[in-house]
Design a binder for this molecule. Structure first.
Ligand SMILES: *Cc1c(COP(=O)(O)O)cnc(C)c1O
Length: 415
């Protein structure tokens, strides 16, 4: 097959179009391990620069925690580098089952099955459990991986307006004749940092005899009094039927994910979920690392408590400085700038001040809601956050947005 100039031209044109529209994603190279202080290279020329990272999913600072690194080394030595097989042939070690049992205890569920990633868990779980006689009713802001999983499933799909419980109830009534109804939500929503109204959802699911599914990737390990997740925070431990989550964020930051929940539903995934059946599972050193993470988090709430204090300090600091943030109490703290170009400029200037945070704009967030999404970590010390606040104040002053209302900022810069 010839890769002709014509073929090349088709793709060059698309890629150029992305660049012209300002939608081209340019990656930066980190030369250090992932932590509060990183060394970054922009491939577009600039030299290596030491900056403070405030946009990682490293919520508990576990990505390069010495004990976790040590445990991963030990796992490499005892169980090798990789499995060269999927789980059901010869790809299951004792440590894979140990980790599954630990996750079950940690999340307060009945059983757990590991997946190569949470993306894979979400891609496989719906079609393993539901059929064309069933309906999936999802919040309109669920994560992209859930949307893909829904696409791969033959059950009917409907949505409800973000966190709108009246709308959800209407949809549950509308679909009451289905064999099974499944309500689908994120625990903490990644773009706004808001929390699903799980207590209300659990009550509605009870009333209408529906299953409740939550993806808790942005909460596992640190949301709730002992870090079990959004179900702990909302007082509905044990009431969710399926929880999916990732080991790539708070729970270590490496990779891997899982489906945790009702015994039969987990077993259905083991029998039928395609990303589980046809893809290698988590590599032994990573399994050993996640086991250590769960040991650390089960023994003490120090890390999630520190994260909570850091988050309060950060939210108060930004608000006192006169910046507009999305209300809430999670470590995802979006600083609202509304205008796309302004978000890019602020991100650029913050970088010059030694602070690494990325501007998000349409289509990642709705039109007119451009922002810098900051994410706080237990790996941050107060001096990191103070320096970042100073930078936000300096840059905010330059663009004259401190103490301004949303309307005033939009008047100056447009949507
Ligand atoms: C990050 C994320 C995922 C994907 O997790 P991976 O394990 O990296 O595939 C899935 N769902 C949500 C809500 C996420 O935030």
């Amino acid at each position: 097959m010839a890769y002709t100039e014509k073929t090349r031209g088709i793709y060059s044109e698309i890629l150029t179009g992305l660049k012209e529209a300002g939608l081209f994603k340019q990656e930066r190279y980190i030369h250090s391990s992932q932590s509060a202080d990183i060394e970054v290279e922009f491939p577009t020329g600039a030299n290596l620069k030491k900056v403070i990272n405030i946009c990682a999913n490293n919520y508990l600072g576990m990505s390069s925690h010495p004990e976790v690194v040590k445990a991963a080394h030990a796992g490499l030595d005892s169980h090798g580098y990789g499995m060269s097989s999927v789980r059901f042939i010869c790809g299951t070690q004792d440590i894979h089952r140990t980790l599954e049992n630990m996750v079950t205890r940690f999340l307060g569920t009945e059983d757990t099955i590991l997946f190569p990633s949470c993306m894979d868990a979400n891609a496989g779980v719906f079609e393993a459990i539901l059929t064309k006689d069933d309906v999936m009713i999802s919040d309109r802001l669920v994560h992209a991986s859930i949307i893909d999983g829904i696409r791969l499933c033959s059950a009917m799909h409907d949505t409800f307006k973000h966190s709108d419980m009246e709308h959800l109830e209407e949809k549950l009534q509308l679909h009451n004749d289905k064999r099974l109804k499944m309500v689908i939500t994120d625990g903490v929503f990644s773009m706004d940092g808001d929390t699903a109204r799980l207590d209300k959802m659990a009550a509605l699911c009870e009333k209408y005899d529906a299953l409740l599914f939550m993806d808790d990737s942005h909460a596992s390990g640190f949301i709730g009094k002992t870090g079990r997740g959004t179900h702990e925070k909302c007082g509905v431990m044990g009431q969710l039927d399926i929880i999916t989550t990732t080991f790539g964020k708070g729970l270590g930051g490496a990779s891997g994910g899982c489906v945790s929940g009702r015994r039969e539903l987990v077993e259905m995934c083991r029998q039928k979920a395609r990303p589980y059946l046809f893809s290698n599972t988590i590599a032994p050193p990573v399994v050993a690392g996640v086991i250590k993470v769960l040991e650390i988090l089960s023994a003490s709430t120090d890390r999630r408590d520190k994260l909570e204090r850091n988050t309060e300090f950060w939210r108060k600091g930004l608000t006192d400085a006169g910046l507009i943030i999305k209300e809430g109490d999670t470590p995802i703290v979006p600083v609202m700038l509304f205008n796309a170009k302004l978000s890019q400029n602020v991100s650029h200037d913050l970088y010059e001040e030694g602070i690494y945070a990325i501007g998000f704009f349409f289509p990642v967030v709705p039109q007119g809601q451009a922002r810098i999404r900051t994410q706080i970590s237990a790996g941050h010390e107060i001096h990191h956050l103070e320096k970042a606040l100073e930078a936000f104040k300096k840059v905010g002053k330059k663009y004259d947005i401190l103490g301004k209302t949303k309307a005033e900022i939009i008047e100056m810069y447009g949507m």
